[in-house]
Design a protein around this ligand. Structure first.
Ligand code: GAR
Length: 197
């Protein structure tokens, strides 16, 4: 059975694009029987949706604003995700806090990338906080998602230097470049070790 990967995005989708590109160039279909089956966004204006559509990947939008509670949104989101029978759900710049029920439903097959060297700086404004703290290195972390925000078991990390004069934007750009290498590699490692879905 094909190992379907479902990727959730909220915006630019550059990590999603890096994973889709690596799936193609790394021949994930042949090597792991895996494919990116769908890209789902909570925002219809997410730029990454066009990239996915152009590559013939199914796209879906589930707008969180249409739901009265986190539970109702997560239930609708799960329903859409599960239509694609995912072996792996990849959060790639998906900017929603997920309920414990959602996380439990995907236990062991839900991963996220966070733009800091976790457990430092979970949550928002990571780059500003790293600069304010005087950090000399920053980076990104791929981790399994658990009910504790940004604190699941770490799968992979990449570090970059913080340079004198860095702004949150310049640091974010340097980290993002590394995310594009790190995240596809971490997904590939997951596929290489996971049992057939
Ligand atoms: C990435 O830097 C990712 O690590 C971060 O959002 C950006 C999304 O960029 N994620 C988080 O902050 C999650 N808390 P992208 O849409 O171009 O992949």
């Amino acid at each position: 059975m094909t190992k379907n990967i479902v990727i959730l995005i909220s915006g630019g989708g550059s990590n999603m694009a890096a994973i889709v590109n690596e799936a193609n160039s790394g021949r994930w279909a042949e090597r792991f029987g895996a494919r990116v089956a769908a890209v789902i966004s909570n925002k219809e204006e997410a730029e990454g949706l066009a990239f996915a559509r152009e590559r013939g990947i199914a796209t879906e939008v589930v707008k969180h604003r249409d739901f009265a509670s986190r539970e109702a949104f997560d239930a609708a989101l799960s329903e859409v995700i599960d239509r694609h029978q995912p072996a792996l759900v990849v959060l790639a710049g998906f900017m929603r806090i997920l309920t414990a029920g959602f996380v439990a439903h995907y236990a062991g097959r839900l991963i996220n990338i966070h733009p800091s060297l976790l457990p430092a700086f979970p949550g928002l404004d990571t780059h500003q906080r790293a600069i304010d703290a005087g950090c000399k290195v920053a980076g990104a972390t791929v981790h399994q998602v658990t009910a504790d925000l940004d604190l699941g078991p770490i799968l992979a990390q990449a570090a970059v230097p913080v340079m004198p004069g860095d702004t949150p934007q310049s640091l974010a750009a340097r980290v993002l470049t590394q995310e594009h290498v790190l995240y596809p590699r971490a997904v590939e490692a997951f596929l290489a070790t996971s049992v057939t879905a």
